[in-house]
Design a protein around this ligand. Structure first.
Ligand code: AVI
Length: 337
């Protein structure tokens, strides 16, 4: 339970809206992205819009599913190796996290760092304001030597505003295979942006899911309980709510496919019938053929040579990799050079 003495102490918590133009602009880019994606051939929608308040909670539920091994494997790595991971940089260390979500796994790293130094400045970044605020308050309730500066919005904007305290090294965390939701080109560009925000001698800890048999991958993205289906379909409810559309969710089916050639799991929403969806807020109607899909997400799976090449292209030296017992998942420490 959070200690009420420490709960949300204003001096230790700052939340910044990294999107300088504010919410109005965010609404405009959602509308623009939906229009562009649904009028394209094939139809697509960007996965970053999954994470409204409900979508963020559904993702937390996905992380608890028996089929979704990623979170458990990464947590196992931290439970076993957190002390060794944080020793890769000399103290004092400040932590920046891209796509922090609930920050549950990060607690293991925070505790390992606080065992080596008196205080820690933690800068989480997340697209969901609700999850960022909740998790920051919970962390402050638990760790009285922690200071949190949260950045709500796109990572690229958040990275421009990260702070460094006198004499500290920064450890950037990009966990949970969040890198997998970017194409290889986008991922490379984002890693270069992270490198630019860091200094030589700082570090990046990258959690990356590894290539494995399709029999393991598909259930992880199409679970028996239907939580991933709800997570995917929630994107249509968000469009209904925020853009005045009339998607009938019962007329779309979640599907996970493994694209062997590209080394990625794809999430699709498959139209069950021929139908027309009206997007009043955008002034457009979208036609669907039976079986036509909206491609909503890619989750790329990596191998070790690919990761080593990525590190070097982005200006890092791959220093050490840890695995879970079944070698399903990798945590990679890269030194900024
Ligand atoms: C956040 N991201 C790394 C998850 C993944 O595995 O691609 C999102 C997710 N989509 C479906 N299940 C989980």
């Amino acid at each position: 339970m959070p200690d009420p003495q420490n709960f949300a102490s204003p001096a230790r918590l700052v939340i910044r809206q990294s999107n300088a133009q504010g919410n109005q602009n965010a609404v405009a880019s959602f509308a623009d992205d939906v229009r562009a994606g649904l009028t394209a051939q094939p139809k697509t929608l960007p996965p970053k819009y999954f994470y409204d308040a409900l979508g963020s909670q559904l993702f937390e539920a996905i992380c608890l599913l028996p089929e979704y091994y990623l979170t458990r494997a990464e947590t196992e790595i931290f439970e076993r190796y957190a002390a060794e991971i944080v020793r890769q940089l000399p103290s004092p260390v400040g932590v920046v996290e891209l796509g922090s979500g609930s920050s549950i796994k990060t607690r293991l790293l925070i505790e390992a760092i606080l065992a080596n130094q008196p205080e820690l400045h933690y800068q989480p970044m997340d697209i969901s304001a609700s999850i960022l605020e909740l998790s920051a308050e919970a962390l402050l309730g638990n760790y009285d030597r922690l200071q949190v500066t949260g950045h709500v919005g796109d990572y690229t904007r958040g990275l421009e505003t990260i702070e460094r305290q006198e004499g500290e090294r920064l450890l950037a965390l990009f966990l949970g295979s969040n890198i997998g939701n970017y194409t290889l080109t986008e991922g490379r560009a984002l890693l270069k942006t992270i490198r630019k925000a860091l200094q030589t001698g700082d570090g990046l800890l990258l959690g990356a899911d590894l290539k494995k048999p399709v029999q393991v991958l598909i259930p992880a993205y199409a679970d028996a309980l239907g939580v991933t289906a709800a997570f995917n379909l929630n994107l249509l409810s968000r469009i209904n709510r925020e853009l005045g559309a009339d998607f009938d969710l019962a007329q779309f089916e979640h599907q996970a496919r493994y694209n062997e050639e590209r080394g990625r799991v794809e999430a699709h929403l498959v139209s069950r019938t021929a139908q027309t969806v009206h997007l009043r807020g955008l002034g457009i109607n979208i036609e669907f053929q039976p079986g036509e899909t909206i491609h909503t997400e890619n989750s790329y799976k990596y191998d070790l040579p690919q990761l080593a090449a990525l590190a070097e292209e982005a200006g890092f030296k791959p220093a050490k990799t840890w695995f879970d017992g079944e070698r399903r998942f990798s945590c990679n420490f890269w030194l900024a050079i």
